[in-house]
Write a protein that binds this ligand. Structure first.
Ligand code: IMP
Ligand code: MG
Length: 399
């Protein structure tokens, strides 16, 4: 399961809904920058690190591609229902996020000034960078005699004080040791004995480190092909990906956003959709649906089926538009890949306008909403399999 936009497509809810059909749920990318929300009887549960299958009693796996912040893991574990704690395995190859990474994340953002990325400041970028430099310990390194002197020298060399790193490592070891294992081997075991595993991506395709709107991206891959690579599996262990898309757009942080809606209308869309970051509480930027970027996301992920979220929000606005092309420097394009380097200059070209104010979903999709879904299916050559029309677990319809 992957996000097709800039994150916050409603993946937590979809994973919770679909988890019934799986034996385990595994996260394969990102870290505690993610915020996946599941609402049950008015109660919100937000997961940052732990897979969103937690409330369905599923086996929970954190794959090697995930950056694990032991402090966040500790907090999140304490919120888990009785019994779920023992169902969690963290791959020994997961990199760890230390307090130094968070400090660096904030320092780098400040250094960038007006061109700040708008990161979640959860230390994710620096943590992946430290792994690429082969300096930071991974989860299993806490169990062995890891040499911290190179990373300490590194920090000192750049005027930072690594004091306290040893205490952090010891606390992390105590917390994580009982759950460290081999997630890849576990997935293979489950699959080879006839079971199934749901791969849960975090963030969205347009935030992919390489294929997204660089430099305004996160620091891992967010696309479907990274599921096997992130976990440590052959691609033959992947099934058909399900894409999750919101029926309008949001983006948190900086970077280009061709269909952004500002002003009063934007304000109202934000408040109708409760568009505030699940991790940072920041107001999300809002905009209209963008078929140009969606086509790119579908293609890069190989998505033929999607879950469509937040239809209830659009049923509260008078009317809404759908972007079908970009205008860049006087010429029109529908090729997102080619538009990417100049995305900041792109003006949205809008196609049809839709309106379904007041349409109530009661067991089936009302006609004006059906027309919108038919339009998406034919434009995007995709099948809408699930529609979500409210934040509660029950407000989901299978099509
Ligand atoms: P980082 O992942 O914290 O480094 O942030 C990089 C960019 O990705 C920023 O624009 C963040 O707002 C965005 N981002 C990271 N995680 C999420 C997420 O889970 N949802 C939406 N945006 C995210
Ligand atoms: Mg989120």
């Amino acid at each position: 399961m992957v996000g097709l936009q800039w994150g916050d497509e409603g993946k937590g809810k979809v994973v919770d809904y679909l988890a019934d059909g799986f034996d385990a749920v595994v996260r394969f990318n990102g870290g505690s920058n993610a915020g996946h929300t599941v609402v049950i009887d008015g109660q919100r549960h937000t997961f940052h690190l732990i897979p969103s299958g937690a409330l369905k009693g599923k086996e929970l796996l954190v794959g090697a591609g995930v950056a694990v912040d032991p402090a966040v893991m500790g907090e999140e574990l304490s919120l888990l229902p009785e019994g779920a704690r023992g169902k969690l395995t963290v791959d020994g190859r997961c990199l760890l996020v230390s307090p130094m990474d968070k400090e660096l994340d904030s320092a780098l953002e400040e250094m960038r000034g007006p061109s700040a990325i708008g990161t979640t400041r959860r230390g994710i970028g620096p943590a992946y960078a430290m792994r690429a430099l082969r300096l930071s310990p991974r989860a299993s390194d806490l169990l062995a005699s890891f040499d911290f002197s190179p990373i300490e020298s590194f920090y000192r060399r750049f005027g930072l004080d690594p004091g306290g790193l040893d205490k952090w490592a010891e606390a992390s070891r105590q917390l994580l040791a009982p759950m460290i294992g081999d997630v890849a081997a576990r997935v293979v075991d489950i699959c080879d004995s006839g079971g199934s595993v749901l791969y849960e991506s975090s963030q969205g395709t347009l935030l992919d480190l390489v294929h997204g709107s660089y430099p305004y991206v996160t620091s891992t891959h967010t696309v479907s092909s990274y599921a096997p690579a992130g976990i440590g599996l052959s691609p033959s262990y992947s099934g058909a990906p399900l894409g999750v898309m919101k029926c309008y757009l949001t983006r948190v942080g900086g970077g280009p956003f061709p269909t952004e809606v500002a002003g009063e209308l934007g304000e109202s869309l934000r408040s109708l959709g409760k568009e505030y970051g699940a991790t940072t509480g920041r107001p999300r930027r809002v905009g209209w649906l963008d078929l140009v970027s969606l086509k790119y996301s579908m293609s890069i992920n190989g998505v033929r089926e999607v879950a469509l979220s937040k239809l209830d929000v659009l049923s509260k606005v008078k009317e809404f538009k759908v972007c079908v092309a970009y205008k860049i420097g006087g010429s029109e394009t529908t090729d997102f890949g080619r538009a990417l380097p100049r995305l900041g200059e792109a003006d949205a070209v809008y196609g049809p306008t839709f309106a379904f104010r007041g349409a109530e979903i009661a067991g089936r999709i009302p006609e004006p909403m059906r027309e919108f879904i038919d339009y998406l299916e034919s434009e995007l050559k995709v099948r809408v399999r699930l529609a979500s029309y409210g934040e509660d677990r029950t407000q989901t319809i299978e099509l």
